[in-house]
Each structure stands twice: as C-alpha cells, then as structure tokens.
Design a protein around this ligand. Structure first.
Ligand SMILES: [Fe+2]
Length: 283
C-alpha cells in the first residue's frame, strides 16, 4: 500500500498538486494540517480529490478566529475526511487512520480557544482516551496509522529532534503528551506501525540545518515528521518541485519511507530515503 503524505501546506496547494496526486495515484493520501491561516479554499480542494484521504487540521487552521467558526467551516468542508479524535477507515485500500488532537500547537498539552469552543474543555488524559477509543474501534485486520498535527512527546529534547523546540533556547521536547499516552495505551491492544505528523518544520531556525524527520522506537513504531516547508520549490535547474512524504506498507508493516520531490508533471526528481526494511520471510 502506497501512502502519500502532504506536510504542512501553509497555502501551498494548487491545481498542480491535484493533477500530480491523481497521476501518482497513491492508495491513500494523508494531510497533517496547517492548510493555510483559516481560508476555506484548500479544505474544499482536498474534499474534491478523487482519492482515499484523511486529514487533521493544525493550529494555523483556526486563523485568528477564537470562536471556532473558521475551524468548523473547514471541518464541514472536509466532512468525514477530517479525523480529529476520530477513526477514518479507508476502504479501499484497507487502512485505519486515527486522528490525534486537532489544532495542536505542540508543547505538551494545550487546547486552543477555537478547539475548546468546538469540542469543549478536556484534560490531556481525556484527549488520550478519545484517541485510544477511536483506535480500539478500528478493524483489527487493518493496519493502523495515527495522524497528528504535532508529534508525540518522547522523541528527543534536542532542537534537531523530530519535535524539538528550535525557535528559542533552551531546546526542549515540544511534542504532545496526550498523544504519547494514547500510543502507550493503544499498544497494549494492538501494534501501531506508523505515526505521521507535521508542525515542526524540517528547516531549523537561524540556519542550523535540518531536523531528524524519522525515527523508529524500541516497540517498532515509526514516527514520520512530514513538515517540509515550503513544500513548493525550484531546483538549481529551475525545475518546479512538489514535496510529499511517501510510505509503503506491506502486510501492515512499514516497508519503506522517504521524502520525495516531484516535478508537477509526475517525474520523481529527488528522494531522501528514510528507511527500507526487508520483507518478513515465512519460516
Ligand atoms: Fe502547526
């Protein structure tokens, strides 16, 4: 199963991305949020994609509207594709996607006013339980992917770590504690092969290089930060580039993951391989 993941868009989504995705024809598309600063254009475009898709909205998607109306409008446009605190089973291809806390800005646990306006007050434990309950409602025969805007706490406290704070010292773990708690609880019942998120941009502040965007923990869960920002670029030869993270699952296990930069016409121009694991050999 081939999964294309769009990192934080920040407004960079146009007709060329739609055409490219339809040409690549992945089995599923995951979108990690921060589509824009509250505009409806991209949510409407994602809803029109003729591909199995799941999306979670990020902290920027509330715009400057603390009432939650701006966020709600995009959720309405996305319909069942938005999976914040919810299960979305993509059939085909046979993938269970569970969304973490929508609108997260990382930093442990904090509900924005817009999120609280839509879902009500809740604790980190409440949030973890919502994520866990959604995951345990998934068909156990389907591979499970957790889709979050901010990644979980516990992936390192250096600036270059997948969720490391890089914009002011001291560097620290800026991941979400409710998601960490949920992963621990879910894994008591079923494996979590993959957690996908964004929010913490790959390029570190003050020109300090790139963060680690991929790690596998001791339980075998892979964590992929897909926030290549800006995701539209141009190479030294003047060719337009479009970034997607790309994941291949085989029999529910992560086989391969990479960052890919495509020409809008469909040609794969650059690929950063993150992991390639051998297929399980039957005894
Ligand atoms: Fe964000």
């Amino acid at each position: 199963m081939r999964i294309a993941i769009a990192g934080d868009l920040h407004g960079q989504w146009d007709a060329s991305d739609v055409t490219l995705l339809h040409r690549l024809a992945p089995d599923a598309v995951l979108v990690v949020g921060d589509l824009s600063d509250g505009q409806e254009r991209i949510a409407a475009s994602l809803a029109r994609l003729e591909l199995p898709l799941a999306c979670i909205l990020g902290n920027h998607d509330a715009g400057r509207d603390a009432s939650g109306r701006c966020l709600r409008r995009q959720i309405e446009l996305l319909g069942e594709r938005h999976c914040g605190w919810a299960l979305r089973q993509l059939q085909p291809p046979g993938l269970a996607v569970v969304g973490a806390r929508p609108g997260s800005a990382g930093g442990g646990f904090h509900l924005s006013q817009a999120v609280e306006a839509l879902w009500g007050p809740m604790s980190a434990d409440d949030s973890a339980q919502r994520i866990t309950s959604a995951a345990l409602a998934a068909d156990p025969a389907l591979p499970l992917v957790l889709l979050a805007h901010s990644g979980p706490a516990g992936l390192g406290s250096e600036a270059q770590d997948p969720c490391g704070r890089d914009w002011k010292p001291p560097a620290c773990d800026w991941g979400d504690q409710d998601l960490t708690l949920a992963i621990e609880r879910i894994r008591r019942h079923r494996p979590v092969p993959l957690v996908v998120f964004g929010h913490m941009h790959h390029a570190l502040k003050r020109g300090r290089g790139l963060r680690r965007s991929f790690v596998i923990d001791r339980s075998g869960t892979a964590y992929l930060n897909s926030a290549c920002v800006p995701r539209h670029g141009v190479d030294q030869e003047g060719r337009a580039l479009r970034h997607f993270s790309w994941v291949e699952l085989v029999d529910g296990r992560l086989r391969r993951a990479s960052h890919r930069w495509y020409h809008p016409g469909g040609e794969l121009l650059y690929e950063q391989l993150l992991v390639e694991q051998p297929l399980a050999v039957p005894c």
